[in-house]
Design a protein around this ligand. Sequence first.
Ligand code: HEC
Length: 220
Amino acid sequence: MSTPAKIALALLLALMATFTIGVLSGKIWWFSEDPPLMVIPDMDDQFRLKPQGEARFFADNRAQRDPVEGTLPRQGKTYPFGMGDVDSAEKYFAAGNPLPKTEYVLARGQNRFNTFCSPCHNYTGTGDGLVQQKGFGNQVTMNLLREEARAYSDAKIFHVISAGQNIMPAYADRISETDRWAIVHYIRELQQKANGGMVPPTSNGTVSSTQSTTVSKRMQ
Ligand code: HEC
């Protein structure tokens, strides 16, 4: 074989090899819809756990793990009071809801309530949400519209959301402080509507002009 022919053959072989490797590695991706053959596994195909999936590695078989205790969202703050410490919370938050009861705040409160609370408390706050309907052990999700709950202070409701109550989980690590206060406004709205629009006399959930202007420094 003449030298130019050898060079041409070598070039052709090199081209074919490049093309073959390109196809197999998935680089020439328009060639096929199939996932490429991975000689060395790519990072997009690796062992992973799916949220709410199963993982036999863990004793409880749940793939989804709780965050490490004390984990906070970015810019989050730890909630200082324990579940049973309602009195301290009521004293600390005696000023009531620091957010003004505006249309926006109510809409935000509704959005967060529907997301986090409605599974148990239902969209209306009656306590017969899906979790309760499907069977919540022998637990009863409390009706937030009943007389007793209507008489709670804003601080108490804020405290229950933040620290939990008995079987109800704490939400301080999942819902920001501002959003928790927005939820409190929304619960007040649900309670007022259920009560024929009447504001419960013991509630401090109504907006006074001073309350709406004193957006607490705590929130900033
Ligand atoms: C997993 C179900 C569940 C979720 C989700 C849930 N709760 Fe509860 N909630 C309960 C149960 C159960 C109780 C009653 C606890 C008890 O026995 O003291 C309760 C009690 C309460 C109480 C006290 C009522 C009273 O009369 O003492 C308030 C206030 C409350 N929840 C608000 C909320 C808010 C606001 C959210 C959303 C941020 C929420 N809950 C999410 C199950 C839930």
